[in-house]
Design a binder for this molecule. Structure first.
Ligand SMILES: Cc1ncc(COP(=O)(O)O)c(C=O)c1O
Length: 313
């Protein structure tokens, strides 16, 4: 999934482009102790035939990031448009010619002991070569986690807040140790929420169904893209509603979506096959559409893409 890091790789830290080896934070940094950071995950795909890299829904990611930073009272001074420019420059300075994952992180940076927030904020952007995540020939085997999804009144799941990812890490670790590829969270109401780092969709009777954004899920940008592709390209009805756990066992198709995973079909849940245990036709179709859209093969979706190298000024 992730290649070994080159210590000379350039990151954006403290308002400058510096080698990653120079981008360090102090041991008392508030975010390290209390999880007071908000991060993002953005992908840019290298397209060999066009000798170009396409960043996916860059502006939307920065708009979401800045909104979520507001939940945590973290100020990121550059505008979303300026953050897009910094990201493009960062990828260019590294001269990446492979798929890249961009990790913006904004955090409470005061170096002291004490929980409450103060007004010292910092942010950094890291871009790294990144291959497939959670991909598996024949589909993923998932389990319903024994951990519940964090509630909006505890730590908002939509916030992409560092501390909330302990919840994800506990579920993911448990799933892996039990021999599964990914966990499926239920929320406190007992409804299906999402994966540890991805949204979830099921197909029942030809309709695509996903938990609504008030079910304690991240408001995924890939989720939104998949819904648009399903409606526009496949003419499928998309419904946002609560999903019961038992529907996971009787649905026709199941898949995860996310920036890291793309679209990842699930063929088993808790040792029960999803339908006949084969990847479903809707999941396959959407996977191909999403692949093509993110690589610039579908002109109707070029609105989602920012070319990295051709936009060089
Ligand atoms: C918990 C969680 N849900 C869903 C997603 C998918 O969101 P997006 O499609 O915006 O990457 C992520 C992505 O990081 C995530 O961490």
């Amino acid at each position: 999934m992730q290649a070994e890091l080159d210590p000379k790789m350039i990151v954006y830290f403290g308002g400058q482009y510096v080698p990653i080896a120079e981008a360090k934070v102090g041991i008392l940094t508030h975010a390290l102790h209390y999880g007071s950071d908000v991060f993002e995950g953005i992908r840019a795909h290298w397209e060999e035939a066009q000798q170009e890299m396409f960043a996916m829904r860059l502006l939307e990611h920065y708009e979401r990031w800045k909104q979520n930073c507001g939940i945590m009272r973290i100020v990121v001074p550059p505008s979303s448009e300026e953050l897009c420019e910094i990201t493009l420059e960062l990828i260019r300075r590294n001269n990446f010619r492979t798929n890249v994952y961009v990790r913006p992180i904004a955090y409470k940076c005061a170096e002291r002991v004490g929980i409450s927030f103060d007004d010292q904020d910092a942010f950094a952007l890291i871009a790294l070569p990144f291959g497939d995540y959670l991909a598996k020939e024949g589909g993923l085997h998932a389990c319903v986690s024994s951990w519940r999804r964090v509630d909006d009144n505890a730590i908002p799941a939509r916030g992409k807040i560092g501390g909330a990812y302990v919840n994800s890490a506990l579920a993911s670790d448990e799933a892996h140790r039990c021999g599964f590829d990914e966990a499926i969270f239920l929320n406190e109401a007992g409804h299906v929420a999402e994966g540890s780092s991805c949204n979830i969709f099921m197909v029942r009777k030809g309709k695509l169904i996903t938990p609504s954004v008030t079910e304690n899920v991240l408001e995924g940008i890939t989720r939104d893209s998949i819904m648009e592709l399903a409606r526009r390209e496949l003419g499928i009805e998309v419904i946002e509603r609560p999903i019961d756990r038992s529907e996971l066992y009787i649905c026709d198709e199941l898949f995860f979506s996310g920036t890291a995973v793309g679209l990842a079909p699930v063929t088993q849940v808790n040792h029960r096959t999803v339908k006949d245990g084969k990847i479903g036709t809707i999941a396959r179709g959407l996977q191909q559409l999403y692949f093509d859209a993110t690589r610039g093969h579908l002109p109707a979706y070029s609105k989602w893409l920012t070319p990295v190298y051709k936009t060089r000024k």
